[in-house]
Design a protein around this ligand. Structure first.
Ligand code: ZN
Ligand code: ZN
Length: 335
């Protein structure tokens, strides 16, 4: 009898409550050349999964399985894959593959490759008991660590690290974080470990308390501006107005990085907020170099994640809670 895999499939995009992912049984996927099949140990839930399942990000193919923060053990190898990977624990993120040949790929900007395929959007992701991934886009992880604690590093952590790099805030300088969910929590630890002063704006009181406890220099609610201008800011909240708040708080030459794959729009703002060579930019995806660097730092600092675990079949509960901002840290599915 064929081996069956359980997966949460996207059938009809829409709000989580009325358009849930569907639990289905599928035939076990076979890894093609260069791929491996993982038995999923944990898969964290990202706001992007919510935006794909709700239809804010148009589905690329019917029946996609979301999930792009996958921790799993290699159980089957495709042709050409190093046999030493068998049984190893790997981490898989949003960047599922790139063309490897375009100018951007060659220039070290594979995160911008027009031919990139994304895990849980172009390819089936980790809201499943097993998943097939490209071996060269997966990273070895500590086999002894708690897989639930590792999973949120793989998107919020890595993209947060790239955003932090782009914000250009060094030791002793001021960094603003707008929104304090799973990704900002990791960036704050990274920035504090590098000697930055961290300023946090969060609408959520528990988030503000966590930021204070972690060692933030200042914590405020939306509409409150940090007491001193910022060298760099990162916005995490999926609201355009926050981008203007962050821009307003930058010092001359400062950079605001928008960490969102989808925003409803950014309100108009006075050009003087942008003058003096302030920069407003987005962060898109990450490169394999980002993930290698970040995962090394995450282990050495070490970065601690806050998680709430859910059984795989409760993926819709996790998405609904995320939609309502009712998750403490990151939701993680455990098959
Ligand atoms: Zn993500
Ligand atoms: Zn490319």
């Amino acid at each position: 009898m064929a081996v069956i895999v359980l997966a949460m499939e996207l059938t009809a995009p829409g709000p989580a409550a009325s358009h849930p992912l569907k639990l289905v049984e599928r035939a076990q996927p076979e890894p093609a050349a260069g791929e491996v099949r993982l038995r999923v140990e944990a898969c964290a839930v990202c706001r992007t999964d919510l935006q794909i399942s709700s239809g804010d990000l148009a589905a690329k193919r019917p029946g996609t399985v979301p999930g792009h923060q996958i921790v799993g053990r290699v159980e089957e190898l495709g042709e050409g894959v190093d046999a030493g990977l068998r049984g190893r624990r790997l981490g898989v993120g949003w960047l599922g593959s790139t063309c490897g040949e375009c100018d951007l790929c060659r220039a070290g900007q594979e995160n911008l490759c027009p031919g990139a395929a994304f895990t849980g959007w172009d390819r089936d992701g980790g809201f499943a008991t097993e998943v097939v991934v490209r071996a060269d886009f997966a990273r070895p992880l500590d086999g002894d660590a708690d897989p639930v604690a590792l999973a949120p590093l793989l998107c919020g952590g890595i993209i947060g690290y790239r955003a932090f790099r782009l914000a250009g805030v060094g030791e002793g300088q001021r960094l603003g974080l707008y929104g304090f969910g799973a990704s900002a929590l990791q960036v704050a630890q990274l920035a504090l470990a590098q000697g930055c002063q961290v300023f946090v704006v969060s609408r959520d009181r528990a988030g503000r308390e966590r930021a204070r406890a972690l060692g933030a220099a200042w914590v405020g609610a939306p509409g409150e501006d940090p007491p001193a201008p910022l060298r760099g800011a990162i916005t995490f909240a999926p609201a355009g107005a926050v981008v203007v708040d962050a821009l307003r708080s930058l010092e001359r030459g400062g950079t605001c990085v928008v960490n969102a794959i989808h925003l409803d729009g950014v309100p108009g703002f006075d050009y003087r907020m942008l003058y003096w060579e302030r920069r407003l930019m987005s962060v898109a995806n990450f490169t394999r170099r980002d993930s290698e660097e970040f995962l090394r730092l995450a282990q050495s600092i070490p970065i601690r994640t806050r998680t709430e675990r859910f059984p795989l079949a409760d993926a819709n509960v996790a998405l609904e809670r995320l939609e309502g901002d009712r998750i403490e840290g990151a939701a993680v599915l455990v098959p």
